[in-house]
Design a binder for this molecule. Structure first.
Ligand code: GLU
Length: 435
């Protein structure tokens, strides 16, 4: 019934059925949960398409004096709860459907945590490792000037994502501020979050996604019969989310056994020291060659026996093939949409629990909200205050998901979407559709 209802909405919107398409996968989850909640049809149609989709082509002067034309995106999915919010990704594989899917996930995250924010996502088709710092700066400033009319502290607030960082956010804010009339400049820095501390950033924003994930585990691990100090884990990705998650789990006594990233996979039965590995990655660009671990193949990585398997890199990494060979009790999704629906079915058949991304990685946008709030109030909060607020948000979000599992008798992913959508549904019901 759910699949049929979902397909009829997708057909009405003219989607050509493609089960491998990330956007259709995400919308499939959203519509499945809307069916459980019995949301009105018009709301399902609204949720299944973003409000705005922008594509920009812009030239950038390269170091050799030649010009290259780049392609960038900003997708604004929904703003019923507040200004659009979501990261900017720099990756050679960035495409419209991908950005659309990630924008929907931002709407879900903000609604689950009850932030007064909507969902958006953006990106540029570029490999940030293949350009110089100067080129990266010019590209960022030019892209920001292209989207400047469509973002703003009260309208749409970008943030870092895969391939972007605090420096890139600083260039974005500075460029945006230069487009503002003098008397409005002071608010300009609130146009992006994830900025450096010295330029309107917040304590705790860099580690926020990893910290949020660990706070969720504080809530859920005991129910899964696990204790941090007896828990082993493996990680895909050792960037911001992966490395912070690893360090914070190690602080609680858990042991990192294996890591895989774009440079290779490594393994140490006795445990990998997480901070030393983070330093290695900064200098070498990836985990390969880390002295205190053995190199392993991709297959061996997936087959490594651990309690927690934590994907913290890109989407769609856990497909059917990988799900069949994984040797873990729980998948903790640090990345956005790392498990395909088909992969998820295999995990469910094998009795592996999945803690879904919308819950596990919403810590990033939650502290972004705190940064935005500090900027608007011209305040600086200490790290403890930010952490305390983040924990409150994550505990409440985990509680909502548990309640939805109980109420609707569904898996945790479906429950997470239900917990987000029932709130959005209520707000639409109260406000109505204009005119
Ligand atoms: N890019 C992050 C995410 O996917 C953070 C977004 C934000 O802070 O707005 O959740």
């Amino acid at each position: 019934m759910t699949a049929f209802a979902s397909e009829s909405v997708q057909a009405e919107l003219g989607f050509r059925y493609d089960p491998s398409d990330l956007y259709q996968q995400v919308i499939g989850h959203v519509l499945g949960s809307a069916e459980i909640l019995d949301l009105p049809r018009h709301l399902r149609l609204i949720m299944a398409q973003p409000k705005n989709e922008f594509i920009f082509h812009f030239p950038v002067k390269m170091d050799d004096g030649e010009y290259k034309l780049y392609k960038g995106y900003r997708v604004q999915h929904n703003n019923i709860l507040g200004p659009y919010k979501g990261g900017i990704r720099y990756h050679e594989g960035v495409g419209l459907d991908h950005v659309k899917a990630l924008a929907v996930l931002m709407t879900m995250k903000a609604a689950l945590v009850r932030l007064p924010l909507g969902g958006a996502k953006g990106g540029v088709q570029v490999d940030p490792r293949a350009v110089s710092q100067d080129e990266l700066m010019r590209l960022t400033r030019r892209f920001t000037s292209a989207i400047a009319d469509n973002i703003g502290p009260d309208h749409d607030i970008p943030a870092p994502d895969v391939g972007t960082n605090a420096q890139i956010m600083a260039w974005m804010a500075d460029t945006y501020i230069n487009f503002q009339p003098g008397h409005q400049r002071w608010l300009g820095e609130a146009v992006v979050t994830g900025k450096p501390l010295e330029f309107g950033g917040s304590y705790g924003r860099e580690k926020a996604t990893g910290q949020g994930l660990v706070f969720v585990l504080d809530e859920l691990l005991p129910e899964l019969g696990l204790r941090f100090d007896q828990t082993t884990f493996s990680l895909i990705g050792y960037g911001n989310v992966g490395s912070w998650t690893a360090r914070l789990l190690q602080d609680r006594g858990a042991k990192l056994k294996a890591v895989m990233d774009h440079t290779g996979a490594i393994y140490n039965e006795k445990g990998i020291e997480t901070l030393t590995l983070a330093q290695h990655v900064v200098f070498k660009g990836g985990v390969a060659g880390f002295a205190d671990a053995d190199p392993i193949t991709e297959d061996e990585f997936y087959k490594t026996q651990v309690d927690l398997f934590i994907p913290a890199a890109l989407e769609q990494m856990i497909d059917v093939q990988h799900a069949k060979i994984m040797n873990c009790k729980v998948v903790v999704e640090g990345a956005n949409a790392p498990t395909t629906p088909q992969g998820q079915e295999v995990l469910a058949e094998r009795g592996i629990t999945v803690l879904p991304a919308v819950l596990c990685n919403c810590g990033g946008v939650t502290v972004s909200y705190r940064e935005w709030k500090q900027n608007r109030q011209a305040e600086t909060w200490d790290a403890e205050t930010v952490d305390r607020r983040l924990r409150q948000h994550m505990t409440a979000a985990a509680g909502r998901v548990k309640l939805a599992v109980h109420r609707y008798g569904c898996d945790m992913r479906t429950a997470t979407y239900c917990a987000a959508l029932e709130y959005i549904g209520k707000v639409y019901q109260i406000r109505g559709i204009f005119p």
